[in-house]
Design a binder for this molecule. Structure first.
Ligand SMILES: [Mg+2]
Length: 329
């Protein structure tokens, strides 16, 4: 049978805590977070991922680990926070094939991203489950206390911006699910990778502090998440469809199947930042993005009113984009 819990911690997880102040090499009952700098606040977020729901059961373990970390880092970025570290809860089924190889890949993925994002494992737990592989990551970051980016600060007249490209992940999931045939061409490979490995905007988020009036990360679909800004800020959000940035790969797929256009607006897992900023801040937004090496695109504006309206190239409202419980067009 597999390693005991303590051997498992020693071998796979304790090395990931090295260098973290207050983690004690995962040898004590809990970790100590250092006091945040003067005027700074801790930002805490948690995401759970379940095999078969949030990733595919046969996804490589290193990619599962990295996605679990990155979706949390995306939430920190959406608050304008700089990431510090994370804790991890892991539940593995007893019938997992080659559990040590799985854990080895999983820890390797965590190590890779820890190095990329400058964070450490601070603590965690690993248990057995009769269900599918399930993991939960809690991430910690810091932001200037009064300047965290909230969903509630958008004002009529503000521009609406989004980072990166939208829809790659939704199409990538279709590719991986086989709805689109096997992954043979470079576009399919690119799109599948965008689903499996989000690029959280960890530098852009903090760079927008003091510039953006509201922000969130797009995890449930552009239209639905824009609705959160509308609701929390008490404003209307107008999105111009033709301005929504697409990757070359997504554009080619959409030319081939126009029905995909709908999927990119309502599909999830983009992990891009959707934010608002006053018109007077346009050059500041561009400078911040240039400084962090991210692309940003102005896709619409904030209006007095409520709900989300998507306009096509002719200025006509695009209907029928509602998905899930709440929508208002
Ligand atoms: Mg979020």
């Amino acid at each position: 049978m597999s390693l005991g819990e303590f051997d498992r911690i020693d071998r796979f997880f304790a090395p990931l805590s090295r260098g973290a102040e207050g983690a004690f090499g995962l040898t004590d009952d809990a970790a100590l977070l250092p006091v945040a700098a003067d005027g700074a606040a801790w930002v805490v977020t948690v995401d759970a991922l379940v095999a078969g729901v949030h990733f595919l059961p046969n996804d490589p373990a290193d990619l599962v680990a990295r996605k679990a970390l990155r979706v949390n880092l995306s939430d920190l970025a959406a608050m304008g926070a700089v990431p510090y570290g994370y804790t991890l809860a892991l539940a593995l089924p007893p019938d997992l094939v080659e559990p040590e190889a799985w854990l080895d890949g999983f820890a390797r993925g965590l190590r890779l991203d820890q190095d990329i994002y400058g964070i450490h494992l601070l603590g965690g737990d690993s248990v057995s489950t009769p269900g599918p592989v399930t993991l939960s990551v809690t991430a910690f970051g810091t932001v200037a206390r009064e300047r965290a980016l909230r969903r509630s600060g958008a004002r009529p007249g503000d521009d609406l911006w989004v980072s990166g490209t939208i829809g790659d992940s939704a199409i990538g999931l279709q590719v991986l699910a086989g709805a689109d045939g096997p992954c043979v061409d470079p576009d399919a490979t690119f799109l599948a990778d965008r689903y499996r490995l989000p690029r959280p905007r960890v530098a852009l988020g903090p760079a927008l502090v003091g510039i953006a009036t509201a922000a969130l990360d797009v995890s449930d679909g552009l239209v639905q998440d824009a609705g959160h800004i509308a609701r929390r800020s008490g404003v209307g959000v107008r999105i111009e469809l033709a301005r929504v940035p697409l990757s070359d790969s997504a554009s080619r797929r959409i030319v081939a199947a126009s029905s995909l256009h709908r999927d990119i607006l309502t599909g999830g897992d983009d992990y891009e930042l959707l934010f608002t900023a006053p018109v007077a801040q346009r050059s500041s937004v561009a400078d911040a993005a240039a400084a962090t090496g991210d692309t940003v695109t102005r896709i619409g504006r904030i209006e007095a009113g409520e709900g989300v309206e998507v306009l096509d190239a002719d200025g006509r409202a695009v209907e029928g984009l509602a998905r899930g419980g709440w929508s208002h067009f």
